[in-house]
Design a protein around this ligand. Structure first.
Ligand code: GDP
Length: 438
């Protein structure tokens, strides 16, 4: 059923700017133009108009774009008002819009939600928009753009259509089986070959070592090592920001401090941890517990050790890649280090380039450059479920009724990835994470 309300919202950020854009979508869009800006301009062209409040008071000189549906972003009639970017200008136009019947302010993500509900985008493409807006690095931007372009959506749609064809043949066989004129064995073999081909394609996409999710979420590097090894100082030097407390009193970095940075276009989250040692007090014990938890979740641990090898790392080493680093080389420039250990001085900056290059190498290996198809846990769960149902199908039940059910469930799992079925709750979560006006 088409939406009755007409939504409006600023599409550009708050505060003062050169231009500020307000978007409007819904059946009253043409009325909005007639009320505020006079006769409808030519579609998809910018027209310079004087905007007036319904009582005739001038509000602004603005560019007006009229985009009739269904060939618009939301699929509905839409308007964009390009205003002068003053706060009072925007507020006055928003007030005037609120006075027009059937117009109401949009929730975050409401425009994209309508685009999805009107079939202009599938769910993976809507997620691509969210990711593109959130992208902070080049590789994240490229990955989001591929998803927005519908790469994952098209592959999932192709599998889904092929499975629906198989389901149709199985159901036809069920219908005919009473008449005893279908060669069950021949049908099973052909069906199994096709199902196996799809299962293998799904499995190949799943076997990506979570590269897409890691790129989307950031490659996490935990700086670990005994107190005073120089973790906080290194974090500051690497991020070139005074974000972590640097102190010569052991145990001051009690909590976990994170800094997001861009290494060669890859999003890297550097995490400074509380010193790993026997707990001095309860708060520090909690810090150490969190450190251990972060190390287990990390993509890479940078294990720091000072020249005097203060404390031995307690407990076991994490099951993630570890880079060994010797700190404070300015105090101890000559002692020999194993080849695999990187010597640095956060004070003079020596060795930091080599350390950064080593972190970047690990990140490239683990994350890639945005060619993964799966970018969210949600996609992975859907595809895994699809594969499980196909595995069960191929494990060879002779009963066509069960084959049909497995195929139906596999189709459903793919439908959830694309947003065709069973995703109401998920939609609320996804779209509430968008900006207002998107
Ligand atoms: P953390 O406990 O591992 O976070 O260690 P901090 O970063 O707080 O550093 C402990 C002490 O070592 C501080 O006094 C730092 O100034 C000092 N320090 C850290 N890095 C270097 C370095 O590269 N050279 C020298 N000379 N001192 C350092």
């Amino acid at each position: 059923m088409p939406e009755q309300t007409t939504l409006f919202a600023p599409a550009t950020g708050p505060g003062r700017s050169a231009v500020s854009v307000i978007r409007i979508s819904g059946p009253a869009s043409a009325d909005v133009i007639r009320t505020l800006a006079g006769p409808l301009p030519a579609p998809r062209r910018l027209s310079l108009r004087t905007l007036r409040a319904p009582d005739g008071t001038p509000l602004d000189e603005a560019l007006v774009a009229w985009m009739p549906g269904p060939a618009s972003f939301t699929g509905e009639d839409m308007v964009e008002l390009h205003l002068h970017g003053g706060i009072a200008v925007r507020s006055a136009v928003l007030r005037a819009l609120a006075d027009i019947p059937a117009c109401c302010p949009a929730e975050p993500g409401a425009f994209t939600r309508r685009a999805f509900l009107n079939g202009r985008l599938d769910l993976t493409e809507a997620e691509g928009i969210a990711d593109l807006i959130d992208a902070e690095t080049e590789a994240q931007r490229r990955q989001a753009l591929r998803q927005l372009d519908g790469v994952l959506g098209r592959i999932v749609a192709d599998w889904r259509h092929r499975l629906i064809d198989l389901l149709a043949s199985v159901e036809a066989a069920l219908d005919f089986s009473d008449e005893g004129d279908v060669d069950d064995a021949a049908l099973d073999a052909a069906l199994a070959d096709k199902a196996r081909a799809i299962r293998d394609e799904v499995a190949a996409v799943l076997a990506d070592a979570r590269r897409g999710e890691r790129l989307r979420e950031g490659f996490t590097v935990v700086l670990a090592g005994p107190p005073n090894a120089g973790k906080s100082t290194l974090l500051n030097a690497l991020s070139r920001r005074e974000a972590a407390i640097v102190s010569s009193t052991p145990g001051t970095t009690r909590d976990v401090i994170e800094i997001r940075c861009d290494l060669g276009g890859l999003p890297v989250i550097l995490v400074d941890t509380a010193g790993l040692r026997e707990a001095g007090d309860a708060i520090e014990a909690e810090g150490i517990r969190r450190t251990r938890a972060r190390m287990q979740q990390a993509d890479l641990v940078v294990m720091l050790e000072g020249p005097d090898a203060e404390t031995v790392m307690p407990g076991s080493m994490p099951a993630v890649p570890v880079l060994q680093v010797r700190t404070k080389r300015d105090l101890d420039p000559v002692s020999a280090l194993p080849d695999s250990t990187i010597g640095i001085s956060a004070l003079t900056g020596s060795g930091l380039d080599r350390l950064l290059a080593a972190i970047e190498d690990e990140a490239v290996r683990a994350v890639g450059h945005g060619d993964a198809l799966i970018t969210r846990e949600r996609h992975r769960l859907g595809l895994s479920r699809c594969r499980e149902h196909l595995d069960r199908l191929l494990a060879g039940t002779a009963l066509p009724e069960l084959a049909a059910e497995d195929l139906r469930l596999a189709v459903r799992a793919l439908g959830e990835v694309a947003g065709h079925v069973g995703v109401e709750e998920m939609l609320d979560r996804l779209f509430s994470g968008f900006c207002i006006g998107k």
